[in-house]
Each structure stands twice: as structure tokens, then as C-alpha cells.
Design a protein around this ligand. Sequence first.
Ligand SMILES: C[S@@+](CC[C@H](N)C(=O)[O-])C[C@H]1O[C@@H](n2cnc3c(N)ncnc32)[C@H](O)[C@@H]1O
Length: 461
Amino acid sequence: MDPARLAAFELLRSVAEDDAYANLVWPRILGRHRLDGRDAAFATELAYGTLRWRGRHDAILDACVDRGIASVQPALLDALRLGVHQVQAMRVAEHAAVDTTVALVRARVHDGAAGFANAVLRRVVRGGDAQAWLAALVAEGRLPALDVDPPAHLAVATSHPAWIVRADHEALAASDPSRTWEDTGDALLADNRAAAVTLVARTLPRDELLAALLDEGIDAAPGRWSRLAVRVSAVEPGRLAPVATGAAGVQDEGSQVVALALAEAALDGPDTRWLDLCAGPGGKAALLAGEVARRGGSLTAVELHPHRAELVRSALRPIRGRHEVVVGDALATDLGEPFDRVLVDAPCTGLGALRRRPESRWRRRREDLPELTALQRRLLARALAAVRPGGLVLYATCSPHLAETDAVVAEAARLGGQLLALDEVPGVSLPEGATAGGALRLWPHLHDTDGMYAALIRRTP
Ligand SMILES: C[S@@+](CC[C@H](N)C(=O)[O-])C[C@H]1O[C@@H](n2cnc3c(N)ncnc32)[C@H](O)[C@@H]1O
């Protein structure tokens, strides 16, 4: 058996059986199979791609199995999904995709299932590419057409649960009501593409970071939106010298824009006490700490989970100034004197970062929302209680869901806050239309950042 396909199969099994997080277990699986370079890239595309496209693959497989995929044993179904992915989404010759899947089934599932796997995959191949399959599913009445039931159609065509399709559609319409279901389809398809690596310059100017990378022969370019961002391609960022020393970090450009939106917003009066209420793993805390240190102040970073608080400490270590990490519940910890600027980067469904977490869309449930939104409201209230009159709170999520974004900040006035328009952020070239309605909304398909939301609130006197 070839190790790349075995590794991908192991990842799928581990996600299904052990509830594993793909990003956490994948490096270990690659290591166990001694995969690196091009082989590792092939295995990653196969494994992550299959997890992302599972919804569409399953709809096609369901049409190729007489009693439906509910009748197929889970390990066998995972092997078939890998086969479909190679046939429809990778440049693998059809016979190679079928033969290697049959060999995988023999080696890892059950000798007796090999004939079945062969027959099913040959049906998939005979049906043509993914577009031909979607058209056939519609023609056979197995899938509603886009104009008949847009969320149900896009759920299969873009491989997302229907509740996420609806959530993205509503969030896109919030800043531009003329947006169509096709736009929503584009947004969802961007979740199926891997994100580029972006670095943030932490202890040196961005131009010096860029020059150091170019000197090392790394393909690097300035980011599009943040004055601190550098985009790099085809590298393992942890191996780059500036990242290893903490002079730079790996951080999505959208996250940089969010942290800068708080750091750069105009503020009257004292400006030396900053607070990050939900800091782990510390990407935004490190950026904020650098900015407040330049103004002679310091950052207090709160994180509930000790292992994440440790990551915050490591991120803050190379940053100039004396910053404090508090391990505990932000809702129940006394944080002392009021702060001038407060970030609430609230725990959320993470629907804006699905491109980074290939299996997450299948694990998240709409039923997770009430508990999360209740926590988000309490954290926003805590932030407004912790900031001085006239001080600023930035409420952010890596989710576009309206219940986690606009609906939460709508509480601001009741909690003693006034919503400010985020139409200009010094040091950030804000994309046109991204702040329609006052809050900032970034999208992978429009801005090539994670999907981020940020609203700026001033504590009323
Ligand atoms: C969205 S993440 C923050 C990401 C972070 N700002 C960054 O840029 O790296 C939310 C964090 O809040 C933490 N958290 C959740 N509930 C909390 C609470 N009650 N008090 C403090 N931290 C909490 C979570 O453990 C998680 O690390």
C-alpha cells in the first residue's frame, strides 16, 4: 500500500472514531509514514480535501450504492470517499484511483469488500466529473435545483451543512442586500481551498522581515490589508528563522486587521492599559502588546485554559514591555483598575475559519449556538464593565453568523456602550464594502482572509 493513501485513511478514521482534530493529529500521522515534501503535499490534499468535500462525495456515493450509503460500514465509506476525491478533485488517473482504493479496502477494511468498492467506484467514474454528477442528481430528483431550493442545493454542491449555507447567506446580505445565492456559493467554495500562509512582523519592521525572507530565497510579498503582514508561499513557517525567534508570527491577515482596528482607533485621554479578555493562543495579544508597549503601556491577557495561557506567554515573551497573563475565567476574575482598550475575541462557532479546519463544519451543530451566544453576551458585558468611560471595546469573532455578531453587539447600548463606525483604520487598507453597516466583515472569497467580524464600541460616560 502506498503510504500517502494509508495516512489519509488513518486521518479520516481518527477524525470519525476518536473525534480527533485533523490539524492536531495530521503531523504525527505524516511522521509515522515518513512522508515529506511532495508526498506529504499529496497526502494532505487527499486527506483534507476528502474531509472538506465529504458532503458532495456522499451525495454521489449514495446514488451509486443500491441500498444507500447508510448501509455501508464506516471504514469502507471512508475508503470510498478517498477514491471519489481522487477521481473528482485531484489529478489522479481514474484507474489508479480505483485500483489503489480497492487495495486499501483489501488491506485495511475487509478482503470481501474489495469487489463492492471496485463496482461502486466504477459507477462514480462512469457518471463523469462532479458537475456532471450534480446535474444528474438534479435530473434524477435526488437533489433540488439551485433555483428551487438554494440552501439544499448549495449544501451538496459546496459540501456544507445546510444551516451553514443559510448562515453565510444571511451574513453576506447584512452588508449588501443585493447579494445572491451564487455569491453565497462563492463564499462557501472558498472554505474548500487551503489558506495561504501569512506572517505578522512583531519585533521588527515589516520591510526588514520581508527583506530577510527574500534573502533566504523565500517567495514573500507584502500583505494586502495589514501594514504588518507578509505573505509567504510553499514553506513550513515554523522553520523560518524570524518565526522561530518570535520576531515574526504566523497570523491570518484578517486577525491582524482586527487587532489593528482596536490598536489604531482614535481615543481621547490615557492610553496605556490594554486588556485582551480571551487571549489564547495569543496571536492578537502579541500584536496588541507590541503596539501598547510603543506607547509606554502594557497588556493584560486573560485566558481560561492553562495550556492556551502558556501559548499566550510564549507569544508575548519576545515582545518589548511588561505584560501580564492571567489564567482564569474572565467573567469571574478581578482585573483591577479600568482599562483604556479592551479586546473581546469571543469563543465562537469558527464558521469564518472553516478553510483551516477541514472537518469542523461536520462537527459543529446549530444547537451549539445558544450556549455560545450567551457566553459572548456575558463577555461583552464584562468588557464594557472593565473599560473606563470613553474607553474602547472591540468585539470580534471568526464567525460571520448574525447571532454571534450583530445580534450580540446590538446589546451594547443596554450595557453602556455606543457602537462606532469602523470606516477607517490607520495602517490598514480596509477593503471597499467591508465596513458597510459600521462593523467590519472580512470574507475568504472576497478578501483572502479568514472570515472575521469586528465591531468597535465606546463606553459611554
Ligand atoms: C477565539 S479564541 C481567541 C483567539 C486569540 N484572540 C488569538 O488571536 O490568538 C477565544 C479564547 O477564549 C478562551 N475563553 C473561553 N471562555 C473564556 C473565559 N470565560 N475567560 C477567558 N477566556 C476564555 C478560549 O479558551 C479561547 O482560547
